[in-house]
Design a protein around this ligand. Structure first.
Ligand SMILES: *Cc1c(COP(=O)(O)O)cnc(C)c1O
Length: 363
């Protein structure tokens, strides 16, 4: 038996073992067809069944209101940084779009949107190293804006919006890449949600887009069909060949989530997991949490050690002990444990044990 390895990577991230096993079992022969799910047409009945089931399961698990469409688009989360302004900025003549800069992905989202919208960054926590979600007062949410963009969970820094802003008539757009389906949400407070698949759901390269129907109307004629929400909705995400494998994996991930007891159950488990780590960090002089307590993420737990040399040693010794990919993002440093839905309690327990021992030996 190889050593048990727990993957704490931020993305692409671990998938449930059961999901990987089912992929393995079915890979050469999907449901007796004698061919692989990777080899079948995106327009055949068997794939149609997969796609419908994904949409149905997502609605069942989230209670998504009927006036939202579920789309699958190419290009991962970042392609949405451009797709959002291309589709929504036309809601207002000024093309004004509001952005909340709570981390690197939020900043890149604003930058990618700038050619297509009059981008206005209304809050930023850059000054404090993105260690918090800044206060967003209602006067800042200008009601003549096309939309307001937030990154609901900031993967690199380990912060998240616990409460979402009340945006009035302005559609709230949320990049939920690193937390979709990790907590219960009232979807009706959003205009649009998108998420790259590779953190909680499946393989990289595609994004799930949940969009309120009335927002499908604002794309200009120059928007390419593959970036156009209305086109995508009309074609049920099959404008061109979709990634059949990715959507198949999402289906397995959603079936798995349902078996875990759904989002309420997984949310409770996610809180237990992150609490275990935060409790250790808070009670130790050796580990220093990065994110402000009231904005801490349950998905990405970020912390620092007394020196960079110790942080390097921590990451490499952890790896030798089967705890993989704990180094922080290259632009941020420090350490980060990404504990998305699939991370079992036993993985976090193993990490806590390792952290206690490492502190005792190096503190
Ligand atoms: C990982 C991540 C992205 C980038 O995803 P890609 O699919 O690589 O474009 C964007 N936003 C957030 C919040 C992320 O965590």
């Amino acid at each position: 038996m190889p050593q048990q390895v727990y993957n704490f990577g931020a993305g692409p991230a671990m998938l449930p073992t059961e999901v990987m096993q089912q992929i393995q079992e079915e890979l050469l022969d999907y449901k007796g067809m004698g061919v692989s799910v990777i080899e079948i047409s995106h327009r055949c009945a068997e794939f149609d069944e997969i796609l419908s089931r994904v949409q149905q399961l997502f609605r069942e698990l989230t209670g998504l209101p009927d006036n939202f469409r579920i789309l699958f688009m190419h290009g991962g989360a970042r392609m949405q940084f451009a797709a959002v302004p291309l589709n929504l900025a036309g809601r207002v003549a000024s093309r004004k779009a509001l952005y909340c800069e709570t981390g690197n992905f939020a900043k890149v989202a604003a930058k990618d949107a700038a050619p297509f919208a009059a981008v206005k960054t209304i809050i930023s926590s850059a000054d404090t190293g993105y260690d918090r979600i800044p206060q967003l007062s209602s006067e800042l949410i200008e009601q003549d804006a096309a939309y307001l963009h937030i990154t609901s969970n900031n993967t690199l820094y380990g912060t998240r919006w616990n409460q979402f802003p009340q945006t009035g008539a302005v559609p709230l757009v949320a990049d939920m890449t690193s937390e979709l389906l990790s907590r219960q949400l009232d979807f009706s407070q959003f205009g649009l949600i998108f998420a790259g698949l590779q953190k909680n759901l499946g393989p990289a390269g595609m994004a799930m887009v949940i969009v309120r129907e009335d927002l499908l109307e604002y794309a200009g004629d120059q928007v390419p069909p593959l970036l156009n929400y209305k086109q995508c909705a009309k074609d049920n995400s099959l404008t061109n060949t979709t990634n059949t494998f990715a959507i198949y994996v999402i289906r397995l991930a959603l079936e798995w989530l349902k078996k875990q007891g759904g989002i309420a159950a997984i949310e409770a488990r996610n809180e237990i997991k992150s609490d275990m780590l935060y409790k250790l960090i808070d009670s130790s002089d050796f580990y220093q949490g990065v994110a402000h307590r009231e904005h801490r993420s349950t998905m990405n737990v970020t912390f620092r050690l007394p020196s960079e040399a110790l942080e390097e040693r921590f990451a490499s010794e952890a790896e030798k002990n089967g705890l993989y990919a704990l180094a922080g993002h290259r632009s941020v440093g420090g350490l980060r444990a990404s504990i998305y839905n699939p991370m079992p309690l036993s993985g976090v327990e193993a990490l806590v044990d390792f952290m206690k021992k490492f502190a005792a030996n190096n503190g």
